[in-house]
Design a protein around this ligand. Structure first.
Ligand code: IPE
Ligand code: IPE
Ligand code: MG
Ligand code: MG
Ligand code: MG
Length: 301
């Protein structure tokens, strides 16, 4: 109930605007070929909810801190996420034509440049993360290294990339429901979990808080991808900014494929309730994290 009273739409818009203002400023300025720069900026500025850096900021704020302090650190997750979208849309993967309301990167710049724009965003995300962590006063060198290690873990082979690989290998009739849960928790859940862990580490969370927030991240991460699957079936292309029915075209195994739309919606709700519960009594103010979690149940884009 309390979540309902939080002006979450305004909060998300305000935080997204902070990300938007900074996102291209942190890109490398010198010695970058003009076309490559253009391709990188094209996808970064096409829009997007900015939910990952927002989650980092909201987690940090839940510890009573000022999110502006960590904005240049949080923004790197959006650089990496944008690379994952550019590559996900390639003909060799989902072969999609629209993303964030615009033609996909490869449709505008060609496949080779889209691959390179993704490569450049991924690489820069790590370099820029290290650069800003170096100047962040409240973390030890050991914590800086832990963050870099986790960034690689959650976005790489044991995380997002692993999930994407299984996603490519899945097959109707062969892929089990447990396999699908692996795909969803990795291709999408992993980076969302890292977004929350990053905010918590930067805020100096203790072990109990880290564990609870990690469970929160895993739950909302799975819920987020189930909702993505639902919206691919019953969403509105205009609101989504991507083609509805892409999963059907690609004959994908999805949550609704196994459970149907209604049960999938119920599962999103259950996961969000469980997520909220676990961070209730850990000595943080969970109100905005709760409100963001609730927002994810009803999101239309
Ligand atoms: C889309 O992510 C890809 C998934 C991991 C489901 P988002 O739904 O966060 O996409 P943007 O960033 O808002 O465009
Ligand atoms: C993509 O999942 C996950 C990543 C990009 C890592 P989807 O393929 O379902 O995402 P959309 O629907 O294209 O955004
Ligand atoms: Mg995909
Ligand atoms: Mg896709
Ligand atoms: Mg999808």
């Amino acid at each position: 109930m309390r979540g309902q009273m939080i002006p979450i739409t305004a909060y998300l818009a305000e935080k997204a605007e902070l990300v938007n203002q900074l996102i291209t400023q942190v890109l490398p300025k010198e010695d970058v070929p003009e076309k490559l720069k253009e391709a990188m900026e094209y996808s970064l500025l096409a829009g997007g909810k900015r939910i990952r850096p927002i989650l980092t900021m909201a987690t940090y704020e839940a510890f009573g801190k000022d999110a502006n302090e960590i904005l240049p650190i949080a923004v790197n997750i959006e650089l990496l996420h944008t690379y994952s979208l550019i590559h996900d849309d390639l003909p060799a993967m989902d072969d999609d034509d629209y993303r964030r309301g615009k033609r996909t990167n490869h449709k505008v710049y060609g496949e080779a440049m889209a691959i390179l724009a993704g490569d450049a965003l991924l690489t820069h995300a790590f370099g820029n993360m290290a650069k800003y962590l170096k100047h962040f006063p409240n973390v030890s060198l050991e914590q800086v290294l832990q963050i870099i290690e986790e960034f690689a873990h959650f976005s790489g082979a044991p995380g997002m990339v692993g999930g994407q690989a299984e996603d490519l290998l899945e097959q109707k009739g062969k892929t089990t429901f447990a396999d699908l849960v692996y795909i969803h928790t990795h291709k999408t859940g992993a980076l969302l979990t890292f977004s929350i862990r990053l905010g918590a580490i930067l805020a100096g969370a203790n072990q109990k808080q880290m564990e609870a927030l990690t469970t929160f991240g895993k739950n909302i991460g799975l819920a987020f991808q189930i909702q993505d699957d639902i919206l691919d079936e019953i969403g509105d292309s205009k609101k989504l900014g991507k083609t509805v029915g892409s999963d059907h075209t690609n004959d994908k195994v999805t949550y609704p494929y196994f459970k149907g739309i209604e049960a999938s919606k119920q599962e999103v709700k259950h996961l969000i309730i469980a997520a909220k519960e676990v961070i209730k009594d850990i000595g943080i103010d969970p109100i905005y994290l709760h409100a963001i979690a609730d927002f994810l149940i009803y999101r239309e884009n």
